[in-house]
Ligand binder design. Structure first.
Ligand SMILES: Cc1cc2nc3c(=O)[nH]c(=O)nc-3n(C[C@H](O)[C@H](O)[C@H](O)COP(=O)(O)OP(=O)(O)OC[C@H]3O[C@@H](n4cnc5c(N)ncnc54)[C@H](O)[C@@H]3O)c2cc1C
Length: 422
């Protein structure tokens, strides 16, 4: 019987850990997420049913140790050349069950990329934060605090605006940074995160990359306040909220790398954010395939299973085509991150633009196929008991972050067509 595993992956460059990571994550998702996920929408604020699943994957199975060096208790993926495809597999499997859990899990690792990933490992900061993640069986979340009330896209429009619109300030006072500002939307805010990577400026209005600062800030410091989670259309397992930093003091060495380098390596975070968004889309699309296949085999029209009707089969073919292509593109882009020697640095404008292109393509296809699946299922597609409308709501949200479709289009056009002013 055909299954999701018949969609192609580039077998010649999967992580040596692929089978291990994939099987463990799939078993976890089928045991601890799929039977409960229908109730997650009601649990958006408290995470009473969501939290135990995070605990077993991140804490007990230890997946929150993914990037930390082995000698600090981590899995050492920060210096592996399979971190991208390995991470893609895990996020795809999680997102097959719940793409919001995929994003909450991935964003937990996102700021840590800055300090755990070769060739820019900051061992002092790794040693500072490794115990928090590696010496516990409780889930520990981190967040990338970037978006601000005046606009997230401008902050991410690094190539053109170079951080000049950032309003969260970091001021040096002796051997401490003093952080002031207001962030919106970070995944794992709303009370979940214990550690923030905060995008700041050391000189408001400056477009000098040296003034872009990425500073780590434990969530329990005096002056840090998190709001209540927003209630969204979907993605309840991902908490998003406001964070206020009011004269928050951290040691000077909590800045990830320093002038120029924070800016550079932050672009790598943008590349990874886009590629893992593809994994969220791909995983959810695989589950849509499974649910739709079952529906089209069980449901009959004019005495035949729905899938045996030519017009339905045509739409099903387009859906399978789009999943097949999205998945291949997803693994290819993850592999490109793993092999900068072949494709260029993760932070290069070329890789940032290409990763944005892939994410943009995948999200368009994901939104399109979830809509087509609902068209085929008719009103039954909107029935929560069938789980498919959840993906329809969630996938639209994947399309909206990282500056949304417009910023992706601008950066893609800017790189491929050598535009100067977009
Ligand atoms: C579920 C979820 C998770 C998120 N996770 C995080 C996170 O982990 N960390 C974080 O910091 N943020 C996060 N965000 C926020 C997200 O990245 C931003 O919402 C997004 O980047 C857009 O920023 P904005 O909301 O400020 O909109 P704006 O930047 O104000 O943009 C508004 C609209 O204008 C368009 N636009 C903006 N500039 C231009 C332009 N120059 N030309 C044409 N169109 C333009 C945008 O595409 C958008 O459609 C998350 C959001 C969601 C929904």
């Amino acid at each position: 019987m055909r299954s999701i595993d018949d969609f192609t992956r580039p077998l010649e460059y999967l992580s040596p850990l692929d089978g291990y990571l994939g099987e463990i994550t799939r078993a976890w998702a089928e045991r601890e997420v799929m039977p409960l996920r229908r109730g997650f929408d009601e649990d958006w604020e408290d995470h009473e049913t969501i939290e135990p699943a995070f605990k077993s994957l991140m804490g007990e199975l230890g997946f929150q140790r993914f990037f930390f060096p082995e000698d600090m208790g981590g899995f050492g993926m920060g210096h592996s050349d399979y971190g991208g495809v390995g991470g893609f597999r895990v996020c795809e499997e999680i997102s097959r069950a719940d793409s919001a859990m995929g994003v909450a899990f991935a964003v937990m690792h996102w700021p840590l990329l800055m300090i755990c990933k070769e060739p820019h490992v900051n061992r002092r900061l790794c040693a500072e934060f490794a115990p928090m993640f590696c010496q516990t069986e409780e889930p520990v979340f981190a967040a990338n605090a970037m978006t601000e009330p005046q606009g997230g896209s401008d902050i991410e429009n690094l190539d053109l605006l170079k951080g000049s619109t950032i309003q969260t300030t970091a001021t040096l006072d002796g051997d401490q940074w003093v952080i002031n500002g207001h962030k919106l939307w970070p995944t794992n805010s709303g009370g979940a995160a214990k550690l923030f990577g905060v995008v700041c400026t050391t000189k408001p209005g400056s477009s000098d990359p040296d003034d872009f600062a990425f500073i780590f800030c434990p969530a329990d410091l005096p002056g840090v306040t998190q709001g209540k989670p927003y209630q969204k259309a979907g993605m309840a397992a991902d908490k998003n909220s406001d964070i206020w930093f009011d004269n928050v003091r951290v040691p000077v060495w909590y800045r990830a790398h320093g002038p120029g380098l924070d800016f550079l390596y932050f672009k790598e975070m943008v590349s990874w954010g886009n590629v893992l968004s593809l994994a969220f889309a791909s995983g959810a699309m695989l589950n849509i395939f499974e649910l739709l296949k079952e529906f089209c085999e069980e449901t009959t029209f004019r005495g035949k299973p729905l899938k045996e009707n030519d017009d339905v089969a045509g739409v099903l073919a387009d859906i399978a085509r789009d999943i097949e292509i999205t998945r291949i593109v997803g693994y290819q882009s993850a592999r490109m991150l793993d092999r900068p020697d072949l494709y260029g640095d993760n932070w290069s404008d070329e890789i940032v633009a290409k990763c944005r292109a892939y994410k943009c393509f995948a999200c368009d296809k994901a939104v399109e196929i979830s809509g087509k699946a609902l068209d085929i299922m008719g009103p039954r597609g909107s029935d929560r008991a069938r789980d498919i409308e959840k993906h329809w709501r969630d996938l639209k949200i994947v399309q909206l972050w990282l500056g949304g479709k417009q910023l992706a289009q601008m950066e893609v056009a800017r790189w491929f067509y050598e535009c100067e002013t977009l």
